[in-house]
Write a protein that binds this ligand. Structure first.
Ligand SMILES: Cc1ncc(COP(=O)(O)O)c(C=O)c1O
Length: 392
């Protein structure tokens, strides 16, 4: 069997139709969208068409959509830009405890360097934030609440988001959501969600890397991160990545057609894979929820092993997956997402994420299901702590 790619939450291959749509704007249509001559005008038309298509996909106005270099920049722009704009009136921010680092780190920066109070909204054991617990944190001093839509490690989707937005708005706070993992996989309607800001990126949905967007509700003012030009109405200066924007729009157009079918197929595959892992391997925990989730994401903690060792062992068998642990200054740290869900850091160390994609087949999963149990058994046999536990 060829190599099996089960790391689609990290990134996806660019769809050949997306490449085809982008190529003209890397070649003869290379113009700068700000130039007034015909080259510039052609690029500008392509850029604005892309903006219109993406805006229609998330149900906002084209004038509310700003192109960025991806999810990290969109998140930083939303968190830093909103807080700094409001700092003379409000100096408290709330972010979900399981946010991506692209939200958590700018929030920590605001706390450590710019005097903002910071609260992390707690999650339950499946990764959900309860609106009631959020209500207890929001005050008249809260500038921003940032809670992600679908989690990158567990796939948990915050189905109570409209309620959370209402709670933030009742106190006059701005609401941002990171929808980087949800966009193109589950329906995203900014009007129905009620959010003020929403981040998205191309490379998780078969689009190009280095191109994303931030929805900013009409009338909302945030400080720009960058200064130096009038692009994107001065909110995000820098020559626009026209080919990237065209690719992002095309990726979403493809997703729109395939979303319902992909969702159902991946949901069935996930049920098969999750049940099989739980039935064939002892001492394993499924991390997340089985109800409202992005079905392609499956995260397990294998007691007594290091997630990184499983990743490397599967790589030898031609299977690409990832572990939730991060290597910080030479030490492996347990995933903050899993520990926030109440999982013991030692158990969280054994976590592995399998993230399927549009081309994942049942045969591929069955191959992994054949290779995985002996890998876990071998790694556990080498773990003195696990063996002591097992025999005590
Ligand atoms: C939830 C989430 N937010 C933000 C990002 C960052 O996006 P980008 O890689 O486009 O900067 C990622 C990427 O891993 C993500 O999963």
């Amino acid at each position: 069997m060829d190599t099996i790619y089960l790391d689609n939450n990290a990134t996806t291959p660019v769809d050949p139709d997306v490449i085809e749509a982008m190529v003209p704007f890397l070649g003869e249509g290379f113009g700068n969208a700000s130039s007034v001559h015909s080259f510039g005008r052609e690029a500008k038309v392509a850029l604005e068409n892309a903006r219109e298509q993406i805006a229609a996909f998330i149900r906002c106005e084209p004038s509310e959509l700003y192109f960025t270099s991806g999810g990290t920049e969109s998140d930083n722009m939303a968190v830093l830009g909103t807080a700094r704009r409001l700092k003379n009136r409000r100096n408290h921010i709330i972010v979900g405890a399981t946010e991506h680092h692209a939200v958590i780190e700018p929030a920590e920066y605001l706390h450590e360097k710019e005097g903002f109070q910071l609260d992390l909204a707690p999650v339950d054991s499946e990764g959900y934030i309860s609106p009631m617990r959020l209500r207890a944190l929001v005050s008249d001093n809260t500038a921003l609440v940032s809670i992600m839509h679908g989690n990158n490690e567990t796939g948990t989707v915050q189905d109570d988001m409209p309620k959370m937005v209402e709670i933030a708005h009742q106190k006059g706070a701005i609401f941002h959501t990171d929808a980087v993992q949800s966009i193109g996989k589950v329906d995203i309607d900014v009007k129905a969600l009620g959010v003020d800001l929403l981040s998205l990126t191309g490379h998780k949905i078969y689009g190009p890397k280095g191109c994303g967007a931030l929805f900013i509700r009409s009338g909302l003012k945030i400080d720009p991160l960058l200064h130096g030009g009038s692009h994107e109405k001065r909110r995000r200066p820098g020559t626009e990545n026209v080919a990237g924007a065209v690719g992002l729009a095309k990726a979403l157009a493809i997703a729109e057609k395939k979303m319902a079918e992909d969702y159902g197929r991946l949901n069935d595959l996930a049920d098969h894979f999750i049940d099989s892992v739980l039935n064939t391997i002892p001492d394993v925990r499924f991390n997340g929820t089985r109800s409202n989730r992005i079905p392609q994401t499956m995260n397990f903690a294998f007691n007594g092993v290091e997630g990184e060792s499983v990743v490397l062992s599967l790589d030898v068998e031609g299977v690409a997956v990832s572990s939730g642990s991060a290597c910080t200054s030479g030490a492996i740290e347990a995933s903050h997402v899993l520990t926030a869900m109440g999982i013991d850091p030692i158990v969280a160390h054994g976590s592995v994420r399998f993230s399927m994609g549009r081309t994942t087949t049942r045969e591929e999963l069955d191959y992994v299901l054949e290779k995985l149990p002996p890998i876990i058994e071998r790694l556990r046999a080498m773990s003195p702590v696990y063996n002591k536990q097992a025999h005590s």
